[in-house]
Design a binder for this molecule. Structure first.
Ligand code: SF4
Length: 327
């Protein structure tokens, strides 16, 4: 939905007061967006950072609000939001790609491709699909589960679209920035090769080497947790990250291992808070990206639930997979 359509929808629902939620990258536009809606609505902009549609803040901040308008994210269909939420999606403009961009796939003998994108590149993905097919590739766009809105979409916590086609493809091509999603696809989907199309330099590269480096770093953290004595299990209170059942299961497993463990909650997990708990390791059940993206910020190892199960032997398979929140 764009902002004009959001405006009309707010009118239709007779909203009076709206709360704007803007991720950091779009905050420079906050004045324009505020003024656009303030012509007809009572608007307040949250200064918090919102990393995904899994997070609409705490109840206190939407007291008296008729509707939340969140920018830059796409709805997570299987979340029951406690009040109406409108998502204004942001897309990048389509960039022209030369056919020679795909030469690396041809020279690596790739024919059947699983095509994926993070949501801001969804239009790009449809364009690339057409270009790949014209160049003779067979393209598979995977089915989304209830946490994803679009076929082929990936989130940092959900690679279901990759799982649904991994048996049929030679490799995946992901349109995204950064490595996190690509590494997640590689580790979670029968270890197929993953290529990333970087739209800045219009080049495709294989990320297997990056995945190997990632694994080395994560195993070093996981092994440190193996020797830890005092653990904090953290349940995140964000509506789309709240996994109390998993947190309870981990707590029980740690008790059974004779570890000293406490249950804790957090909205935005803060490294300093956990230093004060004097714990040796944290198992974090919220956003799967946090233990990985923020690993340097914590003095102690912070593991995802799947890493915990792997290193402490609660998993039959010895294969590392990314933590996912599935429907
Ligand atoms: Fe994104 Fe993390 Fe939320 Fe998933 S849990 S939508 S990866 S912020």
């Amino acid at each position: 939905m764009d902002k004009e359509e959001a405006f009309k929808q707010l009118k239709r629902m007779n909203a009076k007061k709206i709360l704007l939620q803007i991720p950091d990258g779009l905050k420079p536009q906050a004045f324009d967006i505020f003024n656009y809606f303030a012509s007809d609505f009572n608007v307040i902009v949250s200064s918090s950072s919102f990393y995904g549609a899994c997070d609409i803040g705490n109840r206190e901040i939407y007291e008296g609000v008729d509707c939340i308008v969140q920018l830059g994210h796409t709805e997570i269909p299987n979340i029951n939001y406690p009040l109406p939420v409108i998502f204004i999606e942001y897309y990048y403009n389509t960039i022209e790609i030369d056919d020679s961009t795909f030469d690396v796939l041809k020279s690596d003998g790739i024919n059947k491709i699983g095509l994926l994108s993070s949501v801001q590149y969804y239009n790009e993905m449809l364009y690339i699909k057409d270009r790949l097919e014209r160049n003779g590739f067979s393209v598979y766009v995977g089915k989304n589960d209830g946490r994803l809105k679009y076929p082929g979409q990936v989130l940092g916590c959900n690679f279901s679209t990759a799982h649904s086609v991994s048996l049929y493809v030679d490799a995946f091509l992901l349109i995204s920035t950064g490595l996190f999603h690509g590494i997640g696809v590689q580790l979670s989907s029968d270890d197929r090769d993953v290529y990333i199309l970087d739209l800045n330099d219009k080049k495709i590269h294989n990320i297997r080497h990056d995945t190997d480096i990632f694994l080395k770093k994560r195993y070093a953290r996981m092994e440190r947790a193996l020797n830890a004595k005092r653990f904090c299990v953290v349940v995140d209170t964000k509506i789309g990250q709240y996994r109390m059942k998993i947190a309870n299961e981990i707590y029980e497993k740690l008790k059974a291992l004779n570890k000293n463990v406490i249950m804790t909650s957090a909205d935005n997990i803060n490294p300093a808070d956990f230093e004060n708990f004097m714990c040796d390791a944290i198992i974090f059940t919220g956003c799967p990206r946090v233990p990985i993206d923020d690993e340097e910020k914590f003095k102690m190892p912070v593991l995802t639930p799947t890493e915990f199960d792997l290193i402490f032997g609660f998993k039959k398979s010895k294969r590392y997979v990314m933590d996912e929140i599935v429907s």
